[in-house]
Ligand binder design. Structure first.
Ligand SMILES: Cc1cc2nc3c(=O)[nH]c(=O)nc-3n(C[C@H](O)[C@H](O)[C@H](O)COP(=O)(O)O)c2cc1C
Length: 264
């Protein structure tokens, strides 16, 4: 993690399933969309399907929740498969339905609780990362709760989506905070409105960058940014459709991707 600058595909609900993750050439790490820990502990069929890894595409499984017992129960029965690279804790979801339960970015101030979850996962010898916003709201951003979290939690790396929980995507991500995040000495992955080589040049002191929406419109963006030769996008779309058929991907996911992906 320390030496190699990593290019990561962001988790995007109802879009970045295993089929989409597979076609993102050049992405060093991908993530499942968020999956509820309690649903996993109860062996909920839909939750288990979301974490199924069909091939060797490097992937961390993103967990949403705060309860320790269901996490322990799930981990006790979990067997890593294919491209599994560890777990990621979702501390960034701003959805009111999630925040009202004290989850997602409403959890960011609970540093000891987060660290306990991290250590439960580490005790099972899995890697663990955190994905966060800058706080629940502007006030928490001003109080720099993101730095408290980074300083107080023993995760392998921290993905910082540079918005607070009350900001929507029409407001520009504030990547100026990344410098002080890096100054903690932890591994920081920058996220939010990163699309070009010049965006990345400004973030070279990070351990890597993460790209979300721009990768949905162009899944070859990672390869292009790295200067890797890629097949034409139409071939990649055909590969996606074949995988979706083979893996029985929900039609909703396919529609979401086909509506956004840019064809030549
Ligand atoms: C429709 C949608 C769904 C998302 N779902 C998730 C999710 O399940 N887990 C998560 O951590 N972030 C989720 N995100 C946030 C993205 O991972 C990412 O942090 C955000 O899009 C900013 O990156 P970008 O500017 O490169 O798109 C979602 C974003 C969008 C637009």
């Amino acid at each position: 993690m320390k030496n190699k600058f990593s290019y990561m595909l962001a988790p995007i609900e109802s879009m970045t399933d295993s089929c989409f993750r597979t076609i993102c050439r050049g992405a060093d790490l991908t993530f499942t969309e968020k999956v509820n820990i309690e649903a996993l502990a109860k062996n909920n069929e839909f939750a288990l399907e979301k974490i199924k890894l069909y091939d060797n595409t490097p992937c961390q499984i993103q967990l949403l929740g705060q309860k320790e017992e269901p996490l322990k129960k799930f981990l006790a029965n979990f067997t890593p498969e294919n491209g599994f690279k560890g777990f990621n804790l979702n501390l960034g979801c701003p959805d009111p339905a999630v925040v009202s339960k004290g989850l997602g970015c409403a959890m960011m101030k609970r540093v000891s609780k987060i660290n306990r979850l991290v250590h439960i996962i580490k005790d099972h010898n899995h890697n663990v990362s955190v994905k966060m916003r800058l706080g629940l709201n502007q006030h928490e951003k001003e109080k720099k709760v993101y730095l408290n979290l980074i300083n107080g939690v023993d995760a392998d790396f921290f993905i910082v989506h540079a918005r607070h929980g009350k900001q929507n995507y029409s407001e520009k991500a504030d990547l100026s905070v990344i410098k002080e995040c890096i100054a903690t000495g932890k591994n920081i992955i920058a996220n939010g409105d990163i699309t070009t080589k010049s965006d990345i040049e400004k973030l070279r002191d990070c351990a890597g960058i993460m790209i979300g929406r721009a990768a949905i419109t162009n899944p070859l963006i990672f390869a292009e940014l790295k200067g890797i030769k890629t097949p034409p996008i139409n071939e990649i779309i055909n590969e996606y459709l074949e995988l979706a058929k083979k893996r029985n991907a929900p039609q909703k996911y396919q529609n979401n991707i086909l509506r956004r992906i840019q064809q030549n």
